[in-house]
Design a binder for this molecule. Sequence first.
Ligand SMILES: [Zn+2]
Ligand SMILES: [Zn+2]
Length: 156
Amino acid sequence: MPIAKCPRCKKLFEKSGSTVCAKCFPDEETDYDTVRDYVGRHPDCSAHEVAGETGVDEECVLRMIEEGRILNSASHEPVACGRCGQPAISLTKRLCQACLTELNTQILHEQSRIKLPPKEKEADAFAPAAASQGSGSSAPDSSGRVRDTIEKKRRL
Ligand SMILES: [Zn+2]
Ligand SMILES: [Zn+2]
């Protein structure tokens, strides 16, 4: 088993999974709970802030971040934009500033197209005109023919 120096009491100990010695392990776990609780309520805090607010040694806070036990924003991997791979500014949408602007422009463009459908309007105006023209041309023909036959009967 490898020998390591305990980061809390600076004594050498046999390292077996834990980063601190068996004597310091309960204290380390208590500090961990304290730090985890604080970071959970203040996700944007720095290690220095955590140490100052919780009374846990800053070195200890940094060690927990390094070990991946505590995740604050400073230790987070930067989120990459899902479209171009640049650092994202919107963590929930995973988009960078350029792609957010581009998508917003596209959405505005789509919305303005939905509001103005020019082709449907043209079709509506054309349809009634064609219908009235058809009925209008047949009506005078038939009435003219009726008048013709009446006049023929009168002459006879
Ligand atoms: Zn120790
Ligand atoms: Zn992008």
